[in-house]
Design a protein around this ligand. Structure first.
Ligand code: XIL
Length: 318
């Protein structure tokens, strides 16, 4: 049995993976990616992002997203949708202009409305806003903050609630929030404020892009999940990967396995952590080497499609 099937037996809704379009012609890849026993949930790595879904103003394109959503649906895999509002991967028409606040609000609503309605009940969850805070807990300087002020986040969640399927959970998603620290405390404050003012939000996604030697412990991750559960938020581990400084060694692979296992176990043991998604499972498509030069081998399968110690360590947790 694969990790997805085992996760369900362990009480999670899912164990899933992000899938990228660039390897969909690789049968070795797709036979794992769309295997519901291995992964009973998928997240499109790129196709739902603004630059792909609305490449020109008011011109919508679901081609890349559908290349993943459709086979996933057919395979019986759950879908997480990612993401409406982010500061990266925005189209040029949006970033190369100075908008007034009313204009940008209309652009925001138009985008969320079109994409939310397109995927309607397709997704168990939407990452409504991605990465809005700096590590020190201050608000990240983005086109959204500069033009709309802090209210952009509640606008996004309000529009999302209005247009997505009733059962779709609305998430705030971020990295470096897997410990109780300034950044995760800023998210706690956001959730408290939303609850006080009846702004819809259902969950918090912990991306969990980790590095061997600097990763949160089981207790640290557990404490961060708990601070959100205490506020009534469900939690998901949304983008788990564990990079290491190349070259790989047996010791590093074992350390990596422990980080994967500790993170999955923190989710399994939590009051309300619904599932774990890895940010791709195959090293050659991982975003890591390009983004963090000198780092790599962050995924569960090697380039030759051999399962690593991390895979078996997760299996053991379940
Ligand atoms: C990454 C994708 O995996 C890459 O293919 C793309 O070039 C850049 O974005 N945090 C996120 C994800 O929320 O959307 C990012 O995905 C990785 C970091």
């Amino acid at each position: 049995e694969g990790l997805g099937a085992l996760a369900v037996k362990a009480g999670l809704q899912y164990f899933g993976t992000a899938i990228d379009n660039v390897v969909l012609d690789n049968k070795n890849y797709t036979s794992i990616a769309f295997n519901v026993s291995e992964f009973n949930q998928v997240t499109p790595s790129n196709g739902m992002k603004w630059m792909y879904f609305e490449p020109q103003r008011n011109v919508f394109n679901a081609t890349l997203a559908d290349q993943i959503v459709k086979p996933a649906r057919k395979a019986g895999q759950l879908r997480r949708c990612h993401t409406f509002i982010w500061h990266n991967q925005l189209p040029g028409w949006l970033t190369s202009r100075n908008w007034t606040a009313p204009e940008l609000t209309a652009v925001l609503e138009n985008h969320i409305k079109a994409e939310a309605r397109y995927f309607k009940d397709d997704c168990i969850a939407w990452d409504v806003v991605n990465e809005a805070f700096n590590d020190d807990g201050t608000w990240r300087d983005t086109i959204w903050l500069r033009t709309l002020g802090k209210s952009y986040i509640e606008l996004a969640f309000t529009f999302a609630r209005k247009y997505v399927g009733k059962k779709t959970m609305l998430y705030y998603n971020d990295y470096n929030v897997e410990r109780v620290n300034n950044k995760s405390l800023a998210v706690v404050e956001l959730v408290k404020d939303f609850k006080k003012r009846d702004i819809p939000i259902d969950g918090v996604g912990l991306q969990a892009h980790f590095t061997v030697g600097r990763s949160p412990s089981y207790n640290e991750t557990s404490a961060s999940i708990a601070q959100f559960n205490k506020l009534g938020m469900e939690v998901a581990i949304t983008e788990l990967d564990v990079r290491l400084a190349l070259p790989d060694t047996a010791e590093k692979s074992e350390a990596q396995a422990k980080v994967y296992a500790d993170t999955v176990k923190a989710c399994v043991d939590a009051k309300d952590c619904v599932g774990v998604t890895v940010w791709d499972f195959w090293d050659p498509v991982s975003w890591v080497p390009e983004t963090f030069p000198g780092n790599g081998n962050a995924c569960l399968w090697t380039e030759g499609f051999v399962k690593k110690p991390a895979y078996y360590a997760i299996q053991k947790v379940f």
